[in-house]
Design a protein around this ligand. Structure first.
Ligand code: MN
Length: 263
């Protein structure tokens, strides 16, 4: 199809809602749960804050605006390759330098919400991914893998969202072999509903935090604290994920939009 015609049909499909837009983001604010990193893995981030610069007539003006203080990794957010030591040398690996065409890509949604309900320490393995492919077809090169776990239901309760005890964090995520298979498939990146892209107890894997280590070491992306994955089909959606263009940014909070065919 002629590109001009294609774009015009795409725009029509959005207007007529034949293509539906799903918001995969949570609201960012002072109540956003913040990650607590394991001992020996660096500092913890400050909470998100919003303070008025002006608040309409209170300050004798017509405007309301605020100073937003946030970690790059807060709420629904994007992880760039440069976020991890293994991805630090990619010239195109931070929020400024990633080619913008990499911010629109198809998504495969792997639903393990029933398993995670029974076991919050659920590990996504290579076998799970191969079984999903047997049922849904191969994960095509350039696709996101979005891990649906039902964890977003916990977002309003930071204690339940972090799910920590004396032994650390209990939340689902992939093991090293699952990550390596995704890289073999040449995925765009890996997205999750939990606070970070790695398994809760991933500091105990070899290497520690294998999703971050291998995925970013292969110049690929992460998305954390996603919402509404249950509204997406296993295949057939396209997601839009541009982070803020922060100087040498390792990531940023963002709005993630999914386009799905309206059935
Ligand atoms: Mn992150």
């Amino acid at each position: 199809m002629d590109p001009l015609e294609l774009l015009s049909k795409f725009s029509e499909a959005i207007q007529s809602k034949n293509i539906e837009i799903i918001d995969l983001s949570h609201t960012l604010g002072p109540n956003t749960p913040m990650i607590k990193v394991p001992k020996g893995h660096g500092k913890n981030p400050p909470p998100v804050s919003l303070e008025y610069i002006s608040n309409y007539a209170d300050d004798g003006g017509f405007s309301r605006w605020s100073t937003l203080t946030t970690a790059e990794h807060a709420g629904t957010h994007f992880d760039t390759p440069s976020h991890w030591i293994s991805g630090q040398d990619f010239a195109d690996g931070n929020t400024e330098t990633i080619a913008v065409d990499r911010f629109i890509a198809p998504a495969c949604v792997l639903d393990y919400s029933h398993e995670v309900k029974k076991n919050p320490d659920f590990i996504l393995t290579k076998d799970h991914i191969i079984k999903w492919e047997d049922e849904n077809g191969i994960i095509e090169s350039g696709s996101w893998v979005l891990f649906q776990s039902g964890w977003s239901e916990r977002f309003e309760d930071p204690d339940a969202f972090l799910n920590m005890d004396a032994n650390g964090c209990h939340s689902p995520g992939p093991d090293p072999k699952a990550v390596k298979l995704m890289i073999e498939r040449n995925v765009c990146g890996f997205g999750t509903e939990t606070i970070g892209t790695d398994y809760g107890a991933a500091s105990k894997f070899d290497p520690p935090f294998p999703l971050h280590y291998f995925m970013h070491g292969a110049n690929k992306f992460g998305l954390a604290s996603l919402n509404n994955l249950d509204k997406l089909p296993p295949k057939g959606s396209v997601i839009i994920t541009p982070p803020l263009k922060i100087v040498k940014g390792s990531g940023s909070p963002l709005r993630v939009l999914a386009l799905i065919p309206n059935s």
